[in-house]
Design a protein around this ligand. Structure first.
Ligand SMILES: Nc1nc2c(ncn2[C@@H]2O[C@H](COP(=O)(O)OP(=O)(O)OP(=O)(O)O)[C@@H](O)[C@H]2O)c(=O)[nH]1
Ligand SMILES: [Mg+2]
Length: 638
C-alpha cells in the first residue's frame, strides 16, 4: 500500500492510498497496538461479509504496531455533509430522492445483517462515489476501534451527539453499536439536513452543547428538535421526518417502514441515480437531436431565402454559376427579344401623390406584373421607377420562341394593366406604353458588391426607343420582331408605317394587336414533346390538331437527353405548357373592352398574318384580339 498524503490534501476529503492499483481511503486508528480477540475477528468477518452497493466496501485492516488503520473503498465526491455544504451544487428532486433512497437501502441491509445497527449514523458517514451512489461508512468494528485516543475527542464526540437519539444521550453506558431505533432517529436528522441544506439543526442559533443538552433533557416537558417551519417540503416527508425523531423510540418506524413512507419520493424515477442520469442524458441527447434538426431546418430555410433572393436578382443559371464560384463571362446572343414599358404621365401622377403612395403604387404594379411574367419564358432585367425591362432568349436560348413569349406576355400585361386599380386614385387608369424589339445582344454580370445581370447592345436602345415612340395602351414593335412573330404564327399586327425613331432615323414599325392563344399553346406542346424525346429543336414547329392541344404529354413519352441545359429547357417548356393550357381553358370568358370570337377573326391590316400563321394552326380554337372595342376596328368580323 502506498500512502498518498499530498493527493489527499489537494483533492481528497480524507487520507488516501493505493492498494493493488486502486485508490483506497485510509482511516487511521489513534492507538498504537491491538490484540486480535475472538470478538474482533468476528467483527472483521461481519464487515467483510457486508456487501451492498450502498455500504462502503471494506478492503482490509492493518494491524501493524503503530500503524493501525482500516482501508475502505474510496468515494470520490466526499461525504454527504461535503456535498450538501457545496452551495455550487444544485441538487434537484431526482438527486435528493436518489440519495435518500440509497441511505435507506444501505440501512435496511445493515439492520438485517449481523452488524444489526450503525450506532454513529450521520451525514459525514454517508459517502458519495463518482457515480453519485451513496455508500454508508464507519459501521461495525466497534471493538476494533475502541480505546482510541482521538485528538479533539471531546469536540468530535459533541458533534457526533448532534445526530444521537435522546435515549442514547441519556444512557450512562450507551452500546457502541447503538440501536436500530437510534439509527432511525439519526436518519431523521440526516433527512432534515438533506432537505434544509443548512446543517443538522438548521438555523438554530445556540451552541452544540446547548442543543445536545436540550435534546437530552426535555425543557418544561417539551421536546427539542430542528425547526421545520421554513423547510417548505412535502407533507409526507415532514411527517416521516418527525416520526423518525419521535421522542419515544417505540413510536419511531423501523427503517423498512421509513422507506415505505418515503416511496412517493421515488415516483417516476429509476432505482439509482446513474440510471436516472442516463435517462436524463438520453432525453437530453434526444432533445439535442431535435434541436439540431430544428436548427438545420432553420438554416436550410435561411439558405433557401438567400438563394431565392439571389435568383430574384440574377438569372438562375448565372446565380448557380456564381454560387459555384465559376466565372460568368459576358455572352453574345444572336437574337433575343427585349420589352420595355413605361407609364405615360407617371411624373404628373407622382407629383400629385405622396412618396409613400408612389411606392405603394409601384409595389402593387410590379407585384401584378411579376405574377404575370412568371407564365412566360422571360427574364425581368430591371425596373427603373415606372419603367419595366424584360427579355426573352437569354440566358437560356430558346430559338425564335423569344419573340412569341415577349409578345404574349406584353398582350397579357396590357390586358391586366387596363383593369389595374390605383389605390389612392380610384377610377384612374394606368396608361401603359410598351415597346418591343428583337436582335443581337450581349449579356453579362457587372459589379462585384451588388452584381447585376445587364444587357448591352443596340437592340437594347432600339427596344427602349420603340417604347418611347409608342402610344399609351399600345404595343409598339419593330419590323424584326414582327418578322419573328410572323414565323411563329398566331400574332396579329397592324402596320404603323415609317416611324421616326430618335437616333435611328425612320423605321418600319407595327402595333401588336392580338394573338391566337391556341397557337402558343400548340407551339409549346410541340416543343414539350420534342424536348422530352431529346429532339429539342427550337426552330421546329409541330402543329397538332385541336383535340390534342388540351392533352397533356404522357409521361411514357419522357426520354430525357441527360444534358442538364436541355433538361432545364424541357422543364421550362413543360411548365409553360401546363400554365398556357390552364389559361387557354380560362379564356372562354370575354375580357371587358376586348373582342372575342370562337371563330376565325379577320383584321384587314393583319390579314396576311392570320392567313400565314393560322394555316399551320387549329382553326376551331377561339381567337382573342386585344382592341379597345369592335367599333374601333375597320372591316367585318366573321
Ligand atoms: N472522499 C472520501 N472522503 C472520505 C472517505 N472517508 C472519509 N472521508 C472524509 O473524511 C471526513 C472525515 O471522516 P471520518 O474520519 O470518518 O470522520 P467523521 O466521519 O467526521 O467522524 P466519525 O466517522 O464519527 O469518526 C469525512 O467527512 C469525509 O469527508 C472516503 O472514502 N472518501
Ligand atoms: Mg466517518
Amino acid at each position: 500500500m502506498v500512502d498518498q498524503p499530498e493527493l489527499s490534501h489537494k483533492r481528497a476529503y480524507t487520507r488516501i492510498g493505493l492498494y493493488r492499483g486502486n485508490i483506497v481511503a485510509i482511516k487511521l486508528l489513534h492507538k498504537r497496538s491491538i490484540d486480535i480477540t475472538r470478538n474482533i475477528r468476528k467483527e472483521l468477518k461481519q464487515i467483510r461479509e457486508a456487501r451492498h452497493e450502498n455500504l462502503i466496501p471494506f478492503i482490509g485492516a492493518c494491524v501493524d504496531h503503530g500503524n493501525l488503520c482500516v482501508l475502505t473503498a474510496y468515494c470520490a465526491r466526499g461525504s454527504l455533509e461535503d456535498v450538501l455544504a457545496n452551495k455550487d451544487l444544485h441538487l434537484d428532486n431526482m438527486f435528493v430522492s436518489s440519495l435518500v433512497s440509497d441511505i435507506l437501502k444501505g440501512m435496511i441491509y445493515l439492520h438485517d445483517s449481523d452488524i444489526v445497527s450503525h450506532g454513529n449514523f450521520r451525514s459525514s458517514n454517508c459517502l458519495v462515489d463518482s457515480r453519485w451512489v451513496l455508500q454508508i461508512t464507519d459501521f461495525g468494528l466497534h471493538e476494533f476501534k475502541a480505546g482510541q485516543e482521538e485528538p479533539d475527542h471531546e469536540q468530535k464526540e459533541l458533534r457526533r451527539q448532534l445526530w444521537r437519539a435522546p435515549e442514547l444521550l441519556r444512557s450512562p453506558n450507551p452500546p457502541p453499536q447503538g440501536t436500530q431505533k437510534g439509527d432511525v432517529y439519526s436518519f431523521g436528522i440526516v433527512l432534515y439536513e438533506i432537505m434544509g441544506r443548512n446543517g443538522p439543526w438548521g438555523p438554530v442559533d445556540i451552541s452544540h452543547e446547548e442543543i445536545v443538552e436540550r435534546v437530552r433533557n426535555l425543557v418544561d416537558g417539551r421536546i427539542f428538535r430542528p425547526p421545520t417551519e421554513c423547510l417548505g417540503i412535502a407533507d409526507y416527508i415532514l411527517r416521516c421526518m418527525k416520526s423518525c425523531w419521535d421522542e419515544d423510540p417505540e413510536q419511531r418506524p423501523d427503517i423498512r417502514y421509513v422507506r415505505v413512507k418515503l416511496k412517493e419520493m421515488q415516483a417516476g424515477l429509476k432505482p439509482n441515480i446513474f440510471d436516472n442520469m442516463l435517462a436524463i442524458m438520453e432525453k437530453y441527447a434526444y432533445n439535442l437531436e431535435g434541436l439540431v434538426q430544428e436548427r438545420t431546418n432553420q438554416l436550410m430555410e435561411e439558405k433557401k431565402k438567400t438563394e431565392a433572393l439571389l435568383h430574384r436578382m440574377l438569372p438562375k443559371t448565372v446565380a448557380e454559376a456564381l454560387k459555384r464560384g465559376d466565372p460568368v463571362e459576358a455572352e453574345s446572343f444572336d437574337c433575343v427579344t427585349i420589352y420595355f414599358s413605361d407609364i405615360v404621365g407617371f411624373t404628373e401622377l407622382s407629383a400629385i401623390s405622396t412618396p409613400l403612395q408612389v411606392v405603394d403604387l409601384l409595389n402593387d404594379l410590379y407585384t401584378c406584373c411579376d405574377s404575370i411574367i412568371s407564365n412566360y419564358d422571360v427574364y425581368k432585367v430591371e425596373t427603373i421607377g415606372d419603367a419595366y425591362m424584360v427579355v426573352s432568349g437569354l440566358p437560356l436560348r430558346n430559338g425564335n420562341r423569344h419573340a412569341g413569349e415577349i409578345a404574349s406576355m406584353a398582350l397579357h400585361l396590357l390586358k391586366r394593366i387596363k383593369r389595374f386599380e390605383i389605390r389612392h386614385q380610384t377610377g384612374e387608369q394606368l396608361r401603359l406604353r410598351i415597346g418591343i424589339h428583337s436582335g443581337q445582344c450581349v449579356a453579362g454580370v457587372v459589379g462585384l458588391k451588388m452584381p447585376r445581370y445587364c444587357l448591352f447592345g443596340d437592340t437594347v436602345n432600339t427596344a427602349s426607343r420603340m417604347e418611347s415612340s409608342g402610344e399609351a395602351f399600345r404595343i409598339h414593335i419593330s419590323e424584326a420582331t414582327r418578322n419573328l412573330l410572323d414565323l411563329l404564327g398566331g400574332y396579329y399586327c397592324e402596320e404603323r408605317g415609317l416611324t421616326p425613331i430618335k437616333g435611328k432615323g425612320e423605321m418600319w414599325t407595327y402595333w401588336l394587336v392580338g394573338e391566337d392563344p391556341a397557337c402558343r399553346l400548340a407551339r409549346l406542346r410541340g416543343q414539350t414533346i420534342s424536348s422530352l424525346v431529346g429532339n429539342f429543336s427550337s426552330d421546329r414547329f409541330t402543329g397538332p390538331e385541336t383535340p390534342d392541344l388540351l392533352r397533356h404529354p404522357t409521361s411514357t413519352n419522357i426520354l430525357t437527353t441527360g444534358d442538364s441545359t436541355s433538361e432545364s429547357k424541357a422543364e421550362i417548356i413543360h411548365q409553360l405548357h401546363i400554365r398556357a393550357m390552364k389559361s387557354y381553358s380560362k379564356q372562354q370568358e370575354v375580357f371587358p373592352g376586348l373582342t372575342a370570337s370562337s371563330s376565325m377573326l379577320r383584321i384587314p391590316s393583319c390579314g396576311r398574318n392570320i392567313a400565314n400563321n393560322c394555316g399551320r394552326s387549329h382553326r376551331s380554337a377561339p381567337t382573342i384580339t386585344f382592341q379597345e372595342s369592335p367599333a374601333a376596328l375597320p372591316g367585318n368580323y366573321v
